[in-house]
Design a protein around this ligand. Structure first.
Ligand SMILES: [Mn+2]
Length: 461
């Protein structure tokens, strides 16, 4: 039997909510996984990418990472990993540096045999470069009775998927028994082409949408000689058993969901916050329904006074009619935006960023990642996308402007999320629009450590 821990999306160096304590939390979660690996005496730790939150981890993050990797090395537990979308650099990878000093192995097209399992790696590849991707792997050595692929990306059949798992498995020159994945922070397992495909999930909540307990996978490969049935718990078959292990010591997140009635206001929300033990927790208050206008700061301050580490309030209510009348400069924010967009010669890239930023379906904390991914894809494949669109006059009916597309989308199903805002043109915007600065920031590469969580760009409410 070969037993490995499958983890990933550790996002080391992520100073979530601008909190240095949160930054430490991400490292502590990684450390816990390594300590579990030592006490469970597994044969390897497999990391499916996004070890780091971005391409430029700080010195303190690198030192912490080396310290944890050394814990594994001292226990003779190999650390095998691939490169994720968050941390990928153009030249050398941080992972290569750890490999150079003997603390990691970067998986690739050649087999890395642990006990009797051959592990292969496929780094994250931008969607635009996947078309011609050849899934060529070196043959499985005779010494191995199983083969597993480790990769990073949004694979089918899971949520947000854009990577064809069936095609990959069919075209791969190796017949894999398991595919161990990272990128989707929600753990899940499915069977595709008789192969187990599994996400281990993130080890700390990298966004407030990650409500369930965090954890990792324990994957057991039955030896040819074992003969016995695979473990009954969790997914099993083909001599591979996948079970979940929870991380119980991650930072507490307290989710306070309040549905307000018509006459209710801040008192009700504060009352609900008081019903929870928020000490040292990240508190996420979400308000829906009706009720009176609420200043988020007043709710957040209450939670902080009661010992919360971080407090955020999201107001998901529609703006009541009266509120629109009260607003002087933004009686109709969408119309104001559309007017402004008509004056801008947005490039395709800007429009693409724009869509991402304004996409209500995308959790705020994923905006930065998605924008980065889009920009990176475009930089690699289509630099012309960054050229400004030709000059347009607002009244020119023959030209389809972004605003026209907006109206068309509004009139239609609206499912393609083409609601847009001139995100890339933030510098041109009047200072009265505070949301715009975060849009520019999300697009910019100059502040990689900025917390993307305050990019609350869905609404002008
Ligand atoms: Mn990730």
């Amino acid at each position: 039997m070969t037993r490995v821990i499958h983890t990933g999306d550790t996002h080391l160096g992520y100073q979530q909510y601008n909190s240095p304590i949160r930054r430490r939390d991400f490292l502590e979660a990684f450390r816990t996984v390594a300590e579990d690996a030592v006490s469970a005496d597994v044969d390897a730790v497999i990391h499916a990418g996004d070890l780091f939150h971005d391409r430029r981890p700080g010195l303190v993050d690198l030192q912490g990472t080396i310290d944890v990797l050394r814990t594994l090395a001292d226990a003779d537990i190999p650390f095998l990993a691939v490169v994720g979308n968050h941390e990928g650099k153009r030249d050398a990878q941080w992972l290569d540096l750890f490999a150079d000093i003997g603390l990691a192995t970067r998986l690739g097209p050649g087999p890395e045999v642990v006990d009797d399992v051959a592990f292969y790696g496929q780094d994250f590849v931008p969607r635009s470069r996947r078309e011609g991707l050849e899934y060529e792997f070196e043959p499985v050595p005779d010494a191995a009775s199983h083969a597993a692929l480790v990769s990073h990306g949004l694979f089918e059949p899971f949520a947000h998927a854009d990577w064809d798992t069936e095609r990959m498995l069919e075209e791969a020159t190796v017949d894999f028994d398991a595919v161990l994945l990272g990128d989707n922070h929600k753990p899940d397992t499915a069977e595709v082409c008789d192969t187990w495909v599994t996400y281990c999930g993130s080890t700390e909540r990298a966004s407030a949408s990650e409500r369930e307990a965090r954890g990792y996978n324990l994957v057991e490969f039955e030896s040819a000689a074992d003969g016995s049935a695979a473990a009954s718990e969790g997914a099993s078959g083909d001599g591979v058993a996948i079970t979940r292990r929870s991380l119980t010591d991650t930072r507490d997140f307290v989710f306070v969901d309040v549905e307000l009635e018509e006459e209710e206001g801040i008192d009700r929300v504060q009352e609900r916050v008081r019903q929870h033990d928020v000490e040292n927790a990240v508190v996420i208050v979400t308000v829906e329904g009706d009720g009176r206008p609420i200043t988020p700061a007043a709710v957040e301050e209450l939670a902080l006074d009661r010992g919360a580490l971080v407090a955020r309030m999201n107001d998901r209510r529609d703006i009541p009619d009266e509120a629109e009348e009260v607003s002087v400069s933004f009686a109709d924010p969408d119309a104001a935006v559309q007017d402004r967009i008509r004056d801008l010669g947005l490039s395709d890239a800007a429009r693409s960023i724009d869509e991402t930023v304004r996409n209500d379906d995308l959790p705020d904390s994923n905006v930065r990642e998605s924008v980065e991914r889009r920009v990176r894809d475009l930089l690699e494949d289509d630099r012309s996308a960054f050229e400004p669109a030709p000059e347009r006059t607002p009244a020119d009916e023959d030209v389809t402007t972004v605003a026209d597309q907006l109206s068309a989308a509004d009139a239609g199903s609206g499912t393609d999320g083409t609601e847009t805002l001139a995100a890339a043109e933030a510098d041109d915007e009047p200072a009265t629009d505070p949301e715009r600065d975060t849009a520019g920031e999300a697009e910019s590469e100059t502040e990689p450590d900025q917390d993307a969580d305050h990019a609350s760009l869905g609404d002008f409410a």
